[in-house]
Ligand binder design. Structure first.
Ligand code: CMC
Length: 393
């Protein structure tokens, strides 16, 4: 069996070769397919960036139109899937619903809207990217007992999500350019991030040749935890708790440094970034712009800024190289958009779908790719004899 090296939490293990996303954690650099995140945030949009991540190149006009049309054609869930929503209790967490429903998607006829020119994979990509958004909005409406709103053909990706979330059968939600842009940016900034916990999970499942929907559903489960995607919900809950307690953040900072308090400064720290998370910088700027345009004064933003300032000047955080990550300010934007806190991680999942799909594609297309099967360092008893029941203590 040979000698096995333990790498706790895979901190220094390259689990695969990948040409999708580049991160330099020491310099705070993030690039999708070689293009800096700052340029994409400034000039691209979520759908175009999704194409780039999945297919490796920025689309031509014609490619983008076809991709966009395919998303639109596949945005509707199979009508029978609506009954599945009824099986969940009203308090079910939307991430649990999302993962179940993505798996359910894989059970419905995948060639429902097939076009002869479109490959099965391209079709499933479109279904997944488009329907994950429909599922998310439907589950929100269902949880509130509101009538389900179907997507509109004329609306673009992020606008359609807002429409399905907030329109009523008798009155359409008023789409503001700044609001749509902010949401689209959030999706874009989450679109991929190398071999994080959920992406590694997707690759792990995909390596067994499980289907795309099953692999993505597993990714949703991994993303759910508060140390990963669930951090955006945890950040907002933390800010609310601080606000309600009358603290300006200083007491909380002390608690976050105390290992026995059970508290961490959520939205701070990252396994790879030992410098500013470039996504956090962009999100912080967007947060300021959005709140100003919408004339929103959010006390949680003030607390967040105070916490950041205090942490960046505190030796505990400085020595450990803990900086704000993508989740630190994204929740304040989502709250300003009217997205309920328990849906924040779902927003992350919608955004991350292109990255999971690209990683699925990469592993499937790699010549001679093997099933992922790590080893362990066994620390249990060496050998023992079976004890009959009457002799057991
Ligand atoms: N607050 C207080 N202390 C912290 C924090 C924090 N947010 N993050 C790390 N530390 C301390 C930790 O206690 C440890 O201290 P020591 O060396 O004295 O034992 C040291 O910093 C290193 O932390 P670690 O947990 O070993 O680092 P990791 O790479 O395993 O974990 C992390 C990375 C992101 C899980 C962690 O920083 C964390 O829990 N942050 C808060 C949750 C969060 O914001 N998660 C979102 C990550 S970004 C979005 C995503 O990709 O999911």
């Amino acid at each position: 069996t040979g000698y096995i090296t333990l790498d706790d939490g895979y901190g220094n293990t390259g689990s695969c070769k990948s040409a999708i996303t580049f991160i330099d954690g020491d310099r705070g650099i993030l690039r999708y397919r070689g293009i800096p995140i700052e340029q994409l945030a400034e000039r691209s949009n979520f759908v175009e960036t999704a194409y780039l991540i999945i297919y490796g190149e920025l689309p031509t006009h014609d490619q983008l139109r076809k991709f966009s049309d395919l998303l639109t054609l596949n945005q509707m869930l199979h009508e029978d899937m609506k009954f599945h929503f009824e099986g969940f209790p009203p308090h079910a967490h939307p991430m649990g619903i999302l993962s179940s429903m993505i798996n359910a998607c894989g059970c419905f006829n995948p060639s429902l809207f097939a076009d002869e020119e479109v490959s099965q994979f391209d079709l499933q990509v479109a279904q997944l990217i488009s329907q994950v958004r429909t599922i998310a909005a439907f589950s929100y409406r269902k949880s509130k007992g509101l009538p389900i709103i179907y997507p509109k053909k004329a609306y673009k990706y992020s606008a359609n999500f807002l429409h399905m979330m907030f329109s009523d059968p008798y009155e359409d939600y008023e789409l503001k350019v700044e609001v749509v842009r902010a949401l689209d940016l959030i999706f874009l900034l989450h679109a991929d991030h190398e071999q994080n916990c959920s992406t590694s999970t997707v690759r792990m499942v995909a390596s067994s040749r499980a289907n795309l929907f099953a692999s993505a559903a597993a990714g949703v489960c991994a993303l759910w935890g508060p140390l990963h995607g669930g951090a955006n919900q945890a950040v907002l809950e933390m800010l609310q708790e601080i606000h309600q307690s009358g603290d300006d953040g200083s007491k909380f900072i002390q608690a976050a440094k105390d290992k026995n308090s059970g508290k961490r400064l959520m939205g701070f720290g990252h396994r790879v970034y030992k410098n500013h998370d470039p996504r956090a910088k962009i999100i912080k700027r967007q947060c300021d712009i959005l709140l100003e345009t919408l004339h929103i004064k959010d006390p949680l933003l003030d607390i967040a800024k105070k916490l950041e300032e205090a942490a960046l000047g505190d030796s505990y955080f400085v020595e450990r190289k803990l900086y704000p990550n993508v989740d630190f300010y994204s929740g304040i934007i989502l709250r300003a958009l009217g997205i309920p806190t328990e849906m924040f991680t779902v927003m992350f999942a919608i955004g991350r779908m292109p990255g999971w799909i690209a990683n699925f594609k990469e592993i499937r297309e790699e010549e001679g790719s093997r099933i992922y099967r790590p080893r362990q360092v066994y620390v249990g008893p060496t050998i023992r004899s079976y004890t009959p029941m009457e002799e057991r203590k």
